[in-house]
Design a protein around this ligand. Structure first.
Ligand code: IVH
Length: 683
């Protein structure tokens, strides 16, 4: 049946219009019509194509949904080989590269370099014949890759037909397929919900999603693409520079890095490296460095290639953020409130620019979920200043009892039933993620942490009483509780390691000075669970006198501003412990004083004037606990993310708020980082 002219014209116009909207949405990130309108046009085109199959074209937006599964990938020979880049890690190597370029070009003047992020995904080549996308392939060995055309068609940001004009009859466009961080987080959340395997990082997720024989699976995965070069056909373009090439690629409809720039000489390159390094955490996708390319295309040709890499370009890489290493043991650490945290002891490994020997495993459930065991080879990640963590194990490398890969050599990790520090029972509340030592101040680990907290700047502010000293005092049996600090003398201190007379004198003076404090600081210093600075101030203001607080029951406590049942029961539990009351009595007897009824003052605090947003499930803290801690540090906790948000604290299954944060470039931290900041401040 002949297709009526009107229908054919309508189909062509729908295709063009839908692709325009696609480009606006997926490439420009600026939606041009409501989703429902788009769907309506899409269905109209689908209807026409069903009625008149002759109307179906390879570049129809309806073809982005995936095709029939393949039996295998076919090899695809690249028109021009896909090369790799030489790497530089040190500024000196970048300077040497610039020198080689200048020597090669016999240039006295500084050379212009096109600079761009080095995307951490996988390289692909897209062939366009007469402007139509006809074939897409992975890099493979550089000469021949695997054809994954149906899969690549499902990527909405890859044009099925080039926009504008000026393309050669055949052109290979080169670039990187990757997954945005927010999309990766969502995908893993979905995988988890369905009981499917999670991906270790966005790169693995992108590779795994692209290399699917069934392109319908790829269609369901949120892949993105950035173009950074051309292969065959490139020589026919009437362009002078790489920067112009990038603009041309953008004009044809490809996403290109917004961060691309042209700089001069090694100074310009190193300046760009530093700038992108700072931006890295807030970029919506992972990068593993930057790429410098001689900008002038004739200069590129003049420099040519050595073996498999161009002489005109180099990758300047960040230190790897992930590395493989071995788990030597799994210890547990006991925190101030008794929280038991499993920690992997690792064979030292250089990652994220430092040598890492320990990595947090967060909590019992997390160890189970990842099934980390002694002897396992694991991926360790340390991004920025975040505490190193074990991302995943490498199952194939698990040592087994025999040579045939049978029973594993080591059993699954079990959290100790008794505290390794004090032998008290370890208990885990029903709906709590975290197990705790029930030893309280009897437990030396908790005692040390309690003392560190007691002496902290925002508590009794005992200058010079740091972690190391507290450790020594407790281990030497000189101090059991905060009250014992006030009995320390020059003589007792003199016996300690590395304690000179002057330091001992200073410490005794600092302890004496700390006796004069405020009620709010005193309450805060006690280290009651869930009582941060703000709550301590509210309690001080409400009760005015310590005895009134000591006499308060759960109901009376809930009369205090912002004190709910959780906080009230923490305070009541603390005050019900006779040894806590005894310590309070001894502190008063030791001369710790404050002006009763004075306005609480703990000065400007860590998060004063800052707004934080909590999202997802934090590994150990409940939401009110995290909120209480942030407020105690002077911060505000808001319900939604905006440009004004200072930090987003993200836990597991964080969704749209995390996405929004990444989109707006709001710094995202995890619980461990939050706790570190609260303890150590912004360093
Ligand atoms: S240019 C002639 N630019 O890095 C070499 N590559 O180590 C052409 N990559 O296989 C590569 N971002 O997968 C170039 N902005 C960028 C890149 C980039 C990531 C990858 C690419 C390539 C590898 C080379």
């Amino acid at each position: 049946m002949a297709v009526p002219v009107a229908e054919a014209a309508r189909a062509a116009s729908l295709r063009a219009e839908l692709e325009r909207h696609n480009h606006a949405y997926y490439v420009l990130d600026a939606p041009s019509i409501p989703d429902a309108e788009y769907d309506k046009l899409f269905r109209e085109l689908q209807g026409l194509e069903q009625a008149y199959p002759e109307l179906l074209t390879a570049d129809s937006p309806t073809q982005r949904v995936g095709a029939a599964p393949l039996k295998e990938f076919l090899p695809r020979r690249h028109g021009v080989a896909m090369l790799s880049l030489n790497n530089a890690f040190e500024p000196a190597e970048v300077e040497a590269f610039d020198q080689r370029v200048r020597d090669g070009l016999e240039s006295i003047a500084a050379v212009d370099y096109a600079v761009e992020p080095k995307f951490d995904g996988l390289a692909i080549s897209l062939t366009y014949e007469n402007g139509l996308f006809t074939c897409g392939a992975t890099r493979g060995d550089g000469a021949t890759g695997e054809e994954v055309t149906p899969n690549l068609r499902t990527l909405h940001c890859i044009p099925l037909r080039l926009a504008g004009a000026g393309w050669p009859a055949l052109i290979e466009v080169r670039g990187e397929v990757l997954m945005f961080k927010a999309d990766f987080a969502k995908l893993n959340e979905r995988q988890r919900e369905r009981g499917d395997k999670e991906f270790a990082n966005p790169r693995n997720a992108a590779a795994g999603s692209l290399r699917q024989l069934d392109s319908k699976i790829t269609a369901g995965r949120p892949l993105s693409f950035f173009a950074y070069g051309v292969g065959a056909g490139g020589e026919q373009l009437p362009l002078k520079t790489h920067a112009e090439l990038m603009d041309q690629l953008a004009a044809w409809g490809f996403p290109v890095a917004e961060e691309r720039r042209v700089v001069q000489g090694s100074k310009g390159m190193l300046g760009y490296f530093a700038e992108i390094g700072k931006k890295r955490p807030s970029l919506p996708y992972d990068i593993d460095g930057v790429v410098y390319k001689v900008n002038r295309l004739t200069a590129q040709a003049q420099l040519g290639f050595v073996s498999r890499a161009p002489r005109f370009a180099i990758a300047h890489k960040f230190p790897a953020e992930e590395a493989l290493t071995e788990v030597l043991g799994i210890d547990v650490q006991v925190g101030r409130t008794g929280a038991i945290t499993p920690v992997a002891r690792l064979k030292p490994v250089f990652v994220g620019g430092v040598t890492v020997t320990n990595a947090t495993l967060h909590n019992e459930d997390e160890v189970r979920r990842k099934d980390v065991r002694v002897g396992d080879t694991v991926i360790v990640r340390r991004a920025g200043d975040v505490i190193p963590e074990v991302v995943a194990i490498v199952p194939e490398k698990r040592p087994s009892r025999d040579l045939f890969g049978g029973e594993p050599l080591h059993p699954p990790f079990e959290l100790p039933k008794i505290c390794p520090e004090c032998g008290s029972t370890v208990a885990r509340g029903e709906d709590e993620a975290i197990a705790r030592c029930t030893g309280g101040l009897y437990c030396p680990a908790q005692r040390k942490q309690a003392l560190i907290h007691f002496a902290a700047r925002r508590a009794l502010d005992i200058e010079g009483l740091g972690d190391k000293l507290v450790e020594q005092l407790v281990d030497a049996g000189l101090v059991h509780s905060p009250a014992d600090l006030f009995g320390l003398t020059m003589e007792t201190l003199a016996g300690l390691d590395r304690m000179g007379e002057k330091s001992a004198q200073n410490l005794v003076a600092a302890i004496a000075k700390s006796r004069q404090t405020t009620l709010a600081r005193f309450i805060f210093a006690l280290g009651i669970r869930n009582v941060g600075e703000a709550t301590a101030r509210d309690l001080a203001a409400h009760f005015g006198q310590l005895d009134a607080l000591l006499a308060a029951d759960g109901e009376a406590l809930q009369q205090v501003n912002d004190v709910g049942p959780v906080v009230a029961s923490s305070i009541a539990a603390f005050l019900n412990e006779s040894h806590n009351r005894e310590i309070i009595g001894r502190l008063r007897a030791a001369g710790v004083v404050w002006l009763e009824g004075e306005p609480a003052d703990v000065g400007p605090r860590l998060f004063t004037g800052k707004t934080l947003v909590l999202t997802g499930t934090l590994p150990t803290l409940k939401r009110d606990e995290a909120k209480a801690m942030i407020e105690a540090a002077g911060g505000k906790v808001a319900g939604s993310v905006s440009k004004k948000t200072d930090f987003v604290v993200a836990g597991e299954e964080a969704g749209s708020k995390l996405e929004k944060a990444l989109e707006l470039g709001v710094p995202v931290i995890d619980e461990a980082e939050l706790l570190r900041l609260l303890e150590k401040g912004f360093e």
